[in-house]
Design a binder for this molecule. Structure first.
Ligand SMILES: NC(=O)CC[C@H](N)C(=O)O
Length: 229
């Protein structure tokens, strides 16, 4: 599995996601800079978390217009798997690669904690290694993770099984109690129509190896590897 990680000024999860990709695939990801206008042939592109361009004007708004994103858009259209984690999810929505938007958390506070997520679909190259309906624990760290979309978009996401992960309460049911940011329909992660682009606010790369205290994110990367074999 060949991969690339996009590095913006202010990215801070680029190395974490690169470490997970390297461990799972055995090959070092190509680290691409925001100003680059080319990428080597890769199977997977990671748009990592962080504070690209200092989160001005909105999280992800400026990064979405950086030169490398034209290449990411092109590759996504060709079916390359593109994952946006946290700030990466914000960038992919700002770039129009995923529908909806991420606005400020309902508490107006930055939230950093581990949350329960329900795996809503295993029909994607990012989630095939989980069990449908499985509850996993993954860390979040964001100020603008509140997913919003118009009614028509939500209906399509739900109807087409494109909600990948949902925040759940302690009992494993989708509910407001487990939802840290106020996201509509408790949405934590979504897929595009072709299911090769995924965005999620929680960080699977922060729950990847035993040293992290939790390995529930590992299956995310294993799914990608397996989808390519
Ligand atoms: N960890 C992150 O990617 C943070 C995302 C973004 N800067 C926010 O605060 O919402």
């Amino acid at each position: 599995m060949k991969s690339a990680v996009i590095v913006f000024p202010g990215s801070n999860c680029d190395r974490d996601v690169a470490a997970a990709l390297e461990q799972v695939s055995g090959s070092k990801p190509h680290m691409a800079f925001h100003k680059d206008t080319e990428l080597p042939e890769v199977d997977v592109i990671a748009v990592p978390g962080g504070f690209s361009y200092g989160d001005y004007l909105r999280c992800g708004a400026m990064a979405a217009h950086s030169p490398i994103m034209a290449v990411v858009r092109e590759r996504a259209a060709k079916g390359v798997r593109v994952m946006g984690i946290c700030n990466g999810f914000q960038i992919l929505t700002e770039a129009g690669l995923l529908p909806g938007a991420l606005i400020r958390n309902k508490t107006l506070k930055y939230i950093c904690k581990t949350v329960d997520l329900k795996v809503e679909t295993t029909d994607s190259p990012f989630t095939a290694h989980y069990q449908a309906g499985q509850t996993i624990r993954i860390p979040v760290g964001h100020g603008e993770g509140n997913y919003v979309a118009d009614g028509e978009t939500l209906k399509r996401l739900e109807g087409e099984g494109r909600v990948a992960f949902r925040y759940v309460g302690a009992a494993g049911a989708a509910d407001a109690e487990g939802n840290p940011n106020g996201a509509m329909n408790n949405i934590a992660g979504i897929l595009n129509e072709k299911r090769n682009v995924l965005g999620m606010m929680p960080h699977p790369e922060r729950a990847f190896e035993p040293l992290h205290g939790n390995t529930d994110g590992r299956a995310f990367f294993d799914s990608l590897l397996e989808s390519l074999s």
